[in-house]
Write a protein that binds this ligand. Sequence first.
Ligand SMILES: [Zn+2]
Length: 111
Amino acid sequence: MIKKSAANEKKVLIDASCIKCEQETLQTATYAGSYLKRLQCEECGNILETNKKELVKVYLDDFMDRFLLLPYELKKEWDRDGSINFIHDAPVKGINMFKKEMCGLSNLLMG
Ligand SMILES: [Zn+2]
């Protein structure tokens, strides 16, 4: 079961080992984008959270990878869409990409 709460944040029920119950239990995994933020045991309520500094570091590493691939992605779009569509759509795509990145970073820092 997947529930969406804040923008770009989702909760998923999974079976995982709980260190307090010392057995496998049903747990709520909270993701910000594709990053695991928190695990909460449905039996005892124990919460395991990812360190925010580490989470932001991983996010920024991934961001740099995506940023370095940007010229390749733009070249693929240029080849696929042609110059007129590409020039027309590029500013909107750039703004949307920036909004998505800032939303992802905000979810990591706020939750
Ligand atoms: Zn537990």
